[in-house]
Design a protein around this ligand. Structure first.
Ligand SMILES: [Zn+2]
Length: 196
């Protein structure tokens, strides 16, 4: 048994995890948050998301995305690893506009996948810095395409899986799927960490 002194990434309480050989055989990663913080998140019943949106999740996203606490990408690494380890489709994280990424310093969707050791590729480019939440339904439906293909990339006639942190209206995922399908993708599904 190895005693590892670490602190919960959310509440900073000491984790004092006792890691046995058994844990290491079953789990790929050691936990980064305490059991109390874990219990505040609500698992999703949907096959396309891990969690439901609630207040603790809202706080998590705020800390991770807006306060740029990149270490929080590790919080869901075990669940994401388990979900994606047998995935046959090619995974594409929803990209941010380059200007926004510069401002945020990292791409949150890519960091979530990297932390979980999930391989992915990028074929898409965001065309607008506007957020979908600032628009009403009518404006979202008639909006110009949110994504375009990156230059010099090739979309194959195969299965792709889009990955985003949260699905609210589905407009973002729909726009991204449309671009890939028009470019020749056979099938485009999606999976998100959270459903709104
Ligand atoms: Zn905690």
């Amino acid at each position: 048994m190895n005693k590892i002194e670490t602190r919960c990434l959310i509440c900073s309480q000491s984790l004092n995890t006792m890691i046995s050989w058994n844990t290491l055989l079953i789990k790929q990663f050691s936990p980064t948050i305490c059991e109390r913080c874990t219990s505040h998140f609500q698992r999703s019943n949907s096959s396309t998301a891990l969690y439901q949106y609630n207040d603790p999740m809202k706080d998590f996203l705020h800390q991770f995305k807006f306060l740029q606490d990149v270490a929080l990408a590790k919080v869901f690494r075990q669940e994401l690893y388990t979900r994606f380890k047998k995935e046959k489709a090619t995974i594409i994280p929803i990209p941010m506009h380059p200007l926004k990424q510069q401002e945020r310093t990292f791409s949150h969707t890519e960091e979530l996948l990297k932390a979980a050791h999930v391989p992915y590729i990028q074929l898409l480019e965001k065309t607008t810095t506007e957020t979908q939440s600032s628009k009403n339904r009518e404006q979202r439906i008639h909006a110009a395409p949110l994504f375009r293909l990156m230059t010099d990339v090739h979309v194959e006639h195969k299965d792709y899986l889009l990955f985003d942190d949260i699905k609210t209206t589905g407009t973002t995922l729909q726009h991204a799927a449309d671009v890939l399908k028009q470019a020749g993708a056979k099938n485009v599904q999606y999976f998100t960490l959270i459903e709104g």
